[in-house]
Design a protein around this ligand. Structure first.
Ligand SMILES: Nc1nc2c(ncn2[C@@H]2O[C@H](COP(=O)(O)OP(=O)(O)O)[C@@H](O)[C@H]2O)c(=O)[nH]1
Ligand SMILES: [Mg+2]
Length: 368
């Protein structure tokens, strides 16, 4: 049996990993490949899993801990992907607050599963909204020094760094980011791309197709700092249904939830890493996002549906206490529903701070 090409795409929360994975999956399918996707989160009810499945992809989910700490579940989940039509390419999206993935995922796959997996270069997407501030060392980077540490460590271990969202970056800002990266991470090639428009995408595909010695960047990671940085974020995954007497525009409901949350979180000065909400009804689905406190909420996938009943999943990663986050999300959902004569029924809410990462494997020795 030929091996599975394993392609993991890293990067901070809201960098554009899911959008890029969706584009890559469509691309590889159009080339005749069978593609499987593995998503990952600290909890269940993931917007990304729902959105990628709604787009028709074969998606397995590793919930409950990051790939590095739940490594066996990662390989198991790949095994369970569409058993009748085994994928020849697996695209994996790790948790956006995770780092040290070369030592804890890439190398263990290379060394312990070399017969099953052929591991592609590890690309990390750079999120310009937080990236510029963090790489310049701005006093108000949006996050604590420990969260900025994770952001930088993610770039340090990359075989390839991709500046995403160039469609909305003025050329001089893209240039400034590229030169900061060249100075701080001189060994990694830097690509510029828009996962939204597809600009630069062909170059990404070409680099990802490379074979050779990848995943070789061994780095020191201070797990105390890493744990504090991760725990700075309140994490919330919520599922609910919303029903209305009169048809309501699903997209407006999603955007309204995200906008209300942006306002109320700004009022308590809590930095957003990523807010996302998916609404699903009768085969239609829409997704709304906010990727930083100083960005605009946006409808990334419009449903254009008028509905009286919808299933919603909300994910929020924000630098505040989990209880505060739950309170803000519940209030935003309630107010956005009430504004259109709808009523929410809350199903499951999980909110917490991620625990200290304890990887299953951590391989630091150079590969023979
Ligand atoms: N303008 C623009 N938006 C993007 C691009 N890539 C992703 N986004 C948006 O950024 C938000 C977060 O993207 P997502 O793929 O969910 O990020 P992830 O958290 O890294 O998986 C969504 O609203 C996307 O539509 C891009 O290249 N350009
Ligand atoms: Mg994602």
């Amino acid at each position: 049996m030929s091996s599975i090409r394993f392609l993991m795409l890293g990067g901070f929360l809201g960098a554009g990993k899911t959008t890029t994975i969706s584009r890559l999956a469509r691309h590889y399918q159009s080339q005749g490949h069978k593609v499987g996707i593995v998503t990952n989160d600290q909890a269940t009810d993931l917007v990304d899993t729902n959105s990628l499945r709604a787009q028709g992809f074969d998606v397995g989910e590793v919930p409950g801990a990051c790939f590095c700490c739940n490594f066996n579940k990662l390989t198991e989940t790949v095994g369970e992907l569409n058993e009748s039509a085994r994928p020849d390419i697996v695209l994996a999206e790790p948790v956006g607050s995770c780092t040290d993935l070369v030592a804890t995922v890439v190398r263990p796959l290379q060394q312990l599963f070399s017969a099953t997996f052929d591991v592609a270069p590890y690309a990390v997407l750079l999120k310009p909204s937080h990236g510029g501030r963090i790489l310049r060392g701005d006093a108000r980077g949006g996050f604590s020094p420990q969260a900025s540490y994770i952001f930088k460590k993610q770039l340090e271990e990359a075989d390839l760094i991709v500046i995403n969202r160039i469609d909305e970056l003025p050329a001089d800002e893209a240039e400034a980011l590229a030169s900061l990266l060249a100075t701080q991470y001189p060994a990694a090639p830097v690509l510029r791309m828009s996962a939204r428009t597809g600009a630069g995408f062909d170059a990404l595909v070409e680099l990802l197709a490379q074979r050779g010695q990848f995943g070789r960047r061994v780095m020191d990671v201070d797990y105390d700092t890493y744990a504090i940085g991760e725990a700075e974020l309140g994490w919330l995954n919520m599922s609910l249904s919303a029903s209305a007497r009169q048809p309501m525009a699903l997209d407006e409901l999603l955007l309204d939830i995200i906008s209300r949350l942006q306002d109320s979180l700004a009022a308590i000065d809590a930095e957003t890493a990523h807010l996302k909400a998916i609404g699903m009804a009768d085969g239609a689905y829409g997704v709304a996002n906010l990727v930083s406190s100083f960005s605009q909420p946006e409808l990334s996938l419009p449903s254009r549906a008028l509905v009286t009943q919808a299933q919603l999943v909300v994910n929020a990663r924000v630098a505040t206490a989990p209880e505060t986050l739950t309170d803000h999300v519940e209030r935003a959902v309630q107010a956005a529903c009430a504004a259109r004569g709808a009523a929410p029924t809350f199903q499951q809410t999980q909110s917490f701070r991620p625990g200290r990462p304890v990887p299953t494997h951590r391989i630091l020795e150079p590969i023979a």
